[in-house]
Design a protein around this ligand. Structure first.
Ligand code: G6P
Length: 592
């Protein structure tokens, strides 16, 4: 949530590089964006409301600078609330990611000292606090250390002092990574919220950890905020490829990522058997297993209850990460907490894991981003290897996460090989399913229903959490009101909303609840619903049938979801929305 970039070099103009880098961070928030550079020791800034990718910006001169793309928390979406935020002297600029929980108290004391605030943001207190420290004669490094420690909550920020040409970053909570390139005698140093920002320039990185600062210069210097000691960091060469994060021939990342499921499922199956067996033993021996995640990943955690019950005869619990604290008294050293997350940076998940750590419980994670904060806090990590997911609405990461859950459940049941064979068959069926004719058939359905105001989705068993996830997908990108229900719950309220031609998507599998979900479909059909069957077999009550490959048991969740992802995509397109960057959402939610 919010993208940060900083850039230092001695020869090149910084602005074009900052601009291109910031565009790659747009998925982190796109309410507004801004830049600051240091030119002839003066601070120059440019800030605009809207998306950086579609903006026309005057070029700011200068060889060093910072940039920010905002997802608004404190203060409306206006130019004056756009980062960077300056101090009264006009030489300090700050970009920030997080929420300063004690900002009002800090702001009041600064107002008493006659600081002039230009925005409604919490961020601006950082600029004025630094100004205070510099006026007291402190150097920027010590000022950043002192102020970083003063801020309550999860806060990472980068400060530019235009007069001294210094850039210093502080990290607590949300990620900041340093990238370094040294070519033909020219050094360039980046600091960014995500490697993607500078991946086309360098793959050599150093990770800033919590409660550390880094001085951005030719040889970046890292310090521990608590001890003030200098820290030696290893330069790590990462293996990511920029091509994976580009749209290629696709019009949208979302469509590209849906189609990539032809390959990503197979990659997710390819885990280390020893690790799976080891973790499955931990699951079998644990006193309580809790799955935690947010948003779509929370729906994946919900499927875990069905997957482990059906495949491994094992009871596990699902808790939305934001509610986890309420359950902390159940956590023992023998308890296992399993986090599911695409980004590995979601604030609520991290907080849940910090609680688990304090209680001595073991942490396992199923994530897509190596070296992310969740990776670092985990005792064991399974990477889903889905490649970069850029569209805000998660698609390929979701199905890969379900694959890893199914594998783990088979391992718990002592049938890992059987599970692998089964999933390879499922991956093959998804590969066959995602063909142009199939896409066309789903697009036709979207053309029939895209102007409706409400869409309901029902499922039973594992297709109940998938009905909830389907609703998220449709809402996110089409802004149609969509709601998922357990088939049996429909008549306890929601059925009152079914009118003539209300679309109801029925997620069907050839499982033991097949007949019951068809009965629920008949109930809504009697009230005039337009019934859309996502099912291996046709049925006379379906007004529209989306045929799905017939797979056994819990993998129907993957198959049914892929069909609905495509439908959501076309609903969004037909309603004229920016499906990759839906309004008010962000890909990486690093605030609570
Ligand atoms: C945001 C994204 C969702 C995602 C959720 C959790 O809301 O828009 O697509 O499911 O965060 O993110 P994570 O990175 O933890 O999976």
């Amino acid at each position: 949530m919010c993208g940060i970039i900083g850039y230092w070099n001695k020869e090149l103009e910084a602005f074009p590089i900052l601009l291109e880098s910031l565009k790659k961070l747009e998925y982190r928030g796109y309410d507004s964006f801004g830049f600051a550079t240091s030119f002839e020791n003066k601070l120059l800034t440019e800030r605009q409301v809207g998306k950086v990718s579609s903006a026309k910006c005057p070029i700011l001169p200068g060889k060093i600078g910072i940039g920010h793309t905002r997802w608004a928390t404190h203060g409306k979406v206006t130019e004056k609330n756009t980062h960077p935020h300056r101090d009264c002297s006009g030489k300090i600029a700050v970009v920030h990611n997080g929420i300063i929980e004690n900002f009002q108290e800090l702001k009041n004391s600064l107002l008493n000292k006659n600081h002039n605030f230009l925005s409604e943001t919490d961020t601006e207190v950082i600029s004025h606090l630094i100004e205070e420290k510099l006026e007291q004669g402190m150097n920027l490094k010590d000022a950043v250390i002192e102020i970083g420690s003063l801020l309550k909550g999860r806060n990472s920020f980068v400060v530019l002092n235009s007069e001294t040409k210094e850039i210093i970053a502080f990290r607590k909570g949300s990620p900041l990574i340093v990238g370094i390139t040294k070519e033909n005698g020219t050094s360039e140093v980046f600091i960014a919220s995500d490697i993607q920002a500078f991946l086309d320039k360098t793959k050599k990185v150093m990770y800033l950890d919590d409660n550390q600062i880094v001085i951005i210069k030719e040889n970046p210097e890292f310090y521990n905020v608590k001890t003030k000691d200098k820290i030696e960091k290893r330069l790590i060469k990462i293996a990511l490829d920029t091509k994976d994060a580009e749209k290629g021939d696709y019009s949208h990342y979302m469509l590209k990522e849906i189609m990539e499921q032809k390959e990503t499922l197979a990659k997710a199956i390819n885990q280390n058997d020893k690790d799976l067996m080891h973790v499955s033993q931990e699951i079998n021996n644990a006193r309580g297993v809790f799955f935690v995640g947010c948003g779509t990943a929370a729906r994946v955690c919900h499927t875990a209850e069905y997957i482990f019950s059906k495949i491994a005869d094992k009871h596990v619990n699902f808790i939305p990460a934001s509610e986890f604290e309420n359950y902390k008294h159940f956590l023992l050293p023998e308890t296992l907490v399993i986090a599911v997350s695409q980004s590995g940076e979601t604030a609520d998940v991290l907080e849940a894991l910090e609680i688990a750590k304090q209680r001595g419980s073991k942490i396992i994670s199923i994530i897509n981003t190596q070296s992310s904060s969740i990776d670092k806090i985990s005792d064991y990590t399974f990477l889903i290897k889905a490649g970069p997911e850029k569209a805000v609405a998660s698609t390929k990461a979701t199905t890969s996460q379900i694959v890893v859950l199914i594998l783990l459940a088979y391992a718990c049941a002592g049938k890992l090989k059987e599970g692998e064979r089964f999933l390879i068959d499922v991956a093959g069926k998804v590969n066959d399913m995602l063909n142009p004719r199939y896409e066309e058939h789903i697009k036709k359905l979207a053309e029939i229903i895209y102007q409706r105001e409400n869409i309901f989705i029902i499922g039973r068993g594992i297709n109940y959490p998938m009905a909830l996830e389907s609703a998220i997908k449709i809402m996110e990108v089409s802004y149609i009101h969509a709601q998922g229900f357990a088939g049996g719950e429909l008549k306890h309220g929601p059925i009152a909303l079914i009118e003539k031609a209300t679309p109801v998507i029925v997620l069907v599998a050839n499982d033991d609840v097949r007949q019951e979900i068809i009965s629920n479909a008949i109930e809504v059909k009697s009230r005039g619903a337009y019934v859309i069957g996502v099912s291996p077999e046709n049925n006379p009550i379906f007004d529209y049938w989306i045929k799905t490959p017939d797979v056994n048991g819990e993998a129907s969740s993957i198959i049914n979801l892929v069909a609905v992802q495509l439908l959501a995509y076309y609903l969004g397109i037909l309603r004229g929305h920016d499906v990759d960057y839906p309004r008010s959402l962000a890909k990486s939610v690093t605030v609570k």
